[in-house]
Design a protein around this ligand. Structure first.
Ligand SMILES: [Fe+2]
Length: 490
């Protein structure tokens, strides 16, 4: 069969099973004699986005000489446990801006180009530019890619979006109580989306379907050696509400030679709000045990000195730390950890950042933009932070609507975009624990080591303090250790 005909046949089968295939994967499949069988198996496994990597699982493996010993699951097999920082904004200078209109324009253009490229790589998306709509006939169906500029209800109760690309803009409408409305409700301002629609006029189109850049489904990557990554966040050292006694229980556990799991820990990741800071909110001074930020970090350093030296410590900032409030938040300056750095190495990274640990990509982000997302999507809750994290991965973007409530720096280096697909995504900020598995990736929202604050009590938000998560990198299993006296779950 000619390759063109094979491609058409694959597209036909993919449409039947609702599969999306990246363009590279489509080319790879078309060259394989058993492409139909591979496609059927992927559909049976409920894979929705087919990548080249997924197809490679079905290709014959190179033969290993019989004399070579098989890799062991535990113990002796070698894993490079070093930490490599793949993406981190190390200082304000690396992501600074005059904050002028042209800086924002550059940032939005950069974001549009990156996310459009991701969407365009799918075989199902063959998009035309918005200006091309005027050349179509009325009622003709098409797909276009744009950024959402406005979202509102029309007088007749329909949902309307204004979307734009580099040259033009158009109004897209979803009829009230339709499937299109249900999908369009989930759109956030500044989202980059692929919109399949029907032309109503040169100015208005009717929405049929919407796709976000999203991450592809992938078989979870695991190590062939049992090592653990532990994570927690929002310690708020310096606050009168910092649960120091409970944090010492964690330190005792991590140092206990009789704890088999603790002996296998290689990484500790703290995802922000490491100290309580100064002047973060009115009357904070009355709630501080240590009213000096330098001394707060000194206290934190004393605590971290208790962590065994063979555990790599990775720290990102939050809005209570000694960096700017706006995302991306640069790494906390080294001078705050001077006493600790004389004794041991630590990795100070930005929020967001990507680090490679034992060959797995870990995306670390404190959580500033979560508040903007909750304000726009009514079905999200502070008590289900993992669902907010899914929305971030779908959009591959941390800036969920500029100007809603949180500050952002117009950054063209892409720190706020998710270009590295993560194996693990770790977050904090909401003081509420939550875990999820999304498309083969592990999502962890850390709780806190701070008791309930006055503000949280007034808001009716009940935090989940004292929890540390331990991830077994060989199995993907997540163990929840509760140092406040609750039960430990897997
Ligand atoms: Fe916090």
């Amino acid at each position: 069969m000619q390759i063109g005909k094979t491609i058409e046949r694959i597209k036909e089968l993919a449409a039947k099973d609702n599969l999306i295939i990246t363009k590279n994967a489509l080319e790879t499949l078309a060259k394989l004699s058993n492409c139909e069988e591979i496609l059927r198996k992927l559909a049976e496994k409920n894979r929705d986005i087919i990548t080249t990597e997924l197809i490679e699982e079905f290709l014959p493996k190179p033969k290993i000489p019989a004399t070579k010993p098989k890799a062991k699951i535990e113990g002796t097999s070698k894993v490079d446990t070093s930490v490599k920082v793949l993406k981190s904004c190390n200082s304000i200078e690396e992501s600074s801006s005059a904050g002028k209109a042209e800086n924002f324009l550059q940032m939005f253009r950069h974001r549009f180009i990156v996310l459009k490229k991701i969407l365009s790589s799918r075989h199902t998306i063959s998009a035309i530019p918005i200006k091309g709509i005027k050349n179509l006939r009325e009622r003709e169906e098409f797909t276009t890619i744009g950024m959402v500029n406005r979202k509102w209800r029309t007088k007749l109760g329909h949902l309307a979006l204004e979307i734009e690309d580099m040259d033009s803009r158009i109004i897209a409408v979803a009829r009230a109580k339709s499937h299109a409305e249900e999908v369009a409700e989930k759109v956030l301002l500044d989202d980059v989306i692929a919109l399949t629609a029907v032309k109503l006029s040169d100015e208005i189109i009717a929405i049929k379907e919407i796709e976000w850049p999203d991450i592809p489904v992938r078989r979870a990557r695991r190590l062939n050696k049992e090592i653990f990554l532990v994570t927690t966040s929002d310690l708020h050292v310096g606050s009168k509400l910092f649960l120091e006694k409970e944090f010492y229980k964690f330190l005792d556990w991590i140092n206990n030679p009789e704890e088999e799991l603790a002996g296998k820990i290689k990484y500790l990741i703290l995802s922000g709000d490491n100290v309580d800071g100064i002047g973060i909110y009115p009357q904070q001074i009355e709630e501080l045990e240590i009213p000096n930020i330098k001394e707060q970090y000194e206290r934190l350093s004393e605590l971290l000195l208790e962590v065994p030296k063979d555990i790599e410590i990775i720290i990102c900032p939050g809005q209570h730390d000694a960096v700017r409030w706006a995302d991306p938040q640069p790494a906390i300056p080294k001078e705050f950890f001077e006493p600790l750095l004389k004794e041991r190495k630590i990795h100070l990274v930005s929020s967001p950042s990507v680090v490679k640990v034992a060959n797995l990509n870990v995306l670390i982000y404190h959580g500033v933009c979560y508040h903007d997302i909750i304000e726009q999507l009514s079905y999200l809750r502070l008590t289900e932070p993992e669902k907010i994290m899914v929305e971030i991965l779908k959009r591959r973007n941390f800036m969920a609507g500029y100007g809603i409530s949180r500050p952002y720096v117009p950054d063209t280096a892409g720190y706020l975009l998710i270009e590295h697909e993560p194996d693990i995504f770790i977050s904090g900020d909401l003081h509420h624990k939550g875990v999820a598995n999304y498309k083969g990736r592990i999502l962890i929202s850390n709780g806190t080591f701070q008791g309930q604050t006055t503000y949280q009590r007034e808001q009716g938000h009940v935090p989940t303090p004292g929890v540390v998560y331990a991830v077994n990198l060989a199995t993907g299993q997540i163990l929840e250790k509760n140092f406040l006296g609750g039960s430990n779950n897997e």
